[in-house]
Design a protein around this ligand. Structure first.
Ligand code: FMN
Length: 370
């Protein structure tokens, strides 16, 4: 769990922290090592109240469909594993298929079941998902986080309890929802998301993290409401899968583009703004492709750093070199641990984060010369 804001080391955004000066002025050759050499640097920390051996965790993805892949990721240094999501609509479709008497009107997404994958097209059926939780738990020593993906109160939430019974150590509740209905005001939508979280929280004892899209008018306020509703952590952010059109076929293009590091800054901004005001854990998800990216996310306030695209692109073994790079960076820059590095670049000292952002925006624009 995140330390109380008052207890944290911070850097003022103007850059006058003693730590920042020490780092900026010490030539590499004169750094005196305060602790063990890089490979011994301990990456252990806490996320969602769980002890994790490393802040580098595998984000929700197909990796956990495969027991061997997950064991390799654990060996390569993953601090925890997040499973792919089980979806609200998938649970209803499965129920419709297995219980023909079920009422199709109960389908949540505007009554368009045909637009969704067929139940057999989902990689893990609800029943197989629960089996996979048990199977993974029997081989893993790192925490296993099951993912439930939906946004409205309903029967699908029962799966939170089933995840817990199957052995999951925590749940990531992905509240992925695009606000596209002109009749629904933001406050009503947010109230529904909060109610969904409360229902999940009240059904389990294990910690629950909420994975969010970045598109909230007042994200800082909504994050605080999530914490008040019981969120043990917030994952920043979902990637909104982009609407793409195949111009030749004049059809939607459903291909998936993996991320790159250019997606990280949006996460850094919100980690830096939210971390001083929240006690719950924060995870970065999106655009972490190197040890340097992980350093930035932790310094901005992340308790855990989720990796997906980099692992899909280069394979699980790249995790070992990212872990080693993180150890080396922490060691070479005179920090003792991940916890020592955390929050050193957040906006704790900023009296007006919005004003700070606006000032940086204007400085960036004014720096461009023809
Ligand atoms: C093939 C694939 C499958 C994914 N499946 C899920 C999922 O089931 N649930 C979820 O919350 N996120 C899912 N994600 C999103 C990732 O967890 C992550 O948020 C996103 O890829 C950004 O992180 P990255 O830049 O490290 O890839 C998936 C991503 C990929 C590439």
């Amino acid at each position: 769990m995140r330390a109380h804001p008052a207890a944290r080391a911070v850097v003022n955004p103007q850059g006058d922290s003693p730590r920042k000066k020490r780092i900026a002025t010490a030539p590499a050759s004169r750094i005196t090592y305060r602790s063990a050499p890089p490979t011994m640097t301990n990456l252990s920390t806490e996320y969602l109240g769980l002890k994790i051996a490393s802040p580098l965790i595998v984000g929700a993805s197909p990796f956990a469909d495969d027991v061997q892949a997950v064991m390799l990721l654990q060996d390569m240094g993953a601090g925890a594993i997040v499973m792919r999501s089980l979806f609200e609509e998938q649970i209803y479709l499965d129920a419709l298929e297995t219980a023909p008497a079920a009422n199709p009107a109960l389908f949540p997404a505007g009554g368009e079941p045909h637009a969704f994958p067929q139940p057999s097209d989902y990689q893990l059926s609800p029943a197989r998902y629960l089996e996979q939780v048990s199977k993974l738990k029997s081989v893993l020593s790192v925490p296993l986080i099951a993912s439930l993906n939906g946004s409205r109160p309903g029967g699908w939430i029962d799966y939170a309890q089933r995840f817990e019974k199957a052995g999951a150590d925590a749940i990531e509740l992905n509240l992925y929802q695009l606000a596209a209905d002109p009749d629904v005001p933001a406050a009503a939508l947010e109230a529904e998301l909060l109610e969904t979280l409360r229902l999940v929280k009240s059904s389990v004892r294990i910690p629950v993290a909420v994975k969010l899209l970045p598109y909230f008018t007042s994200l800082a306020n909504f994050a605080r409401q999530l914490e008040a509703a019981g969120a043990d952590g917030i994952t920043l952010f979902n990637r909104l899968y982009q609407a793409k059109i195949d111009s030749e076929e004049r059809a939607e293009d459903l291909s998936l583009d993996l991320s790159d590091s250019s997606e990280l800054p949006a996460r850094l901004r919100w980690l830096a703004i939210l971390s001083p005001n929240l006690k719950c854990s924060l995870a970065a998800s999106g655009g972490v492709h190197s040890a340097a990216d992980a350093v930035k996310a932790i310094a901005a306030g992340a308790d855990a750093v989720q990796l997906v695209s980099v692992l899909l692109r280069h394979g699980p073994r790249v995790l070992s070199s990212i872990s080693e790079g993180l150890r080396r960076w922490i060691h070479d820059h005179g920090f003792e641990s991940v916890d020592d590095l955390r929050d050193t670049m957040n906006l704790q000292r900023s009296l007006d984060p919005a004003g700070h952002e606006r000032a940086q925006y204007q400085r960036i624009l004014q720096n461009w010369r023809i």
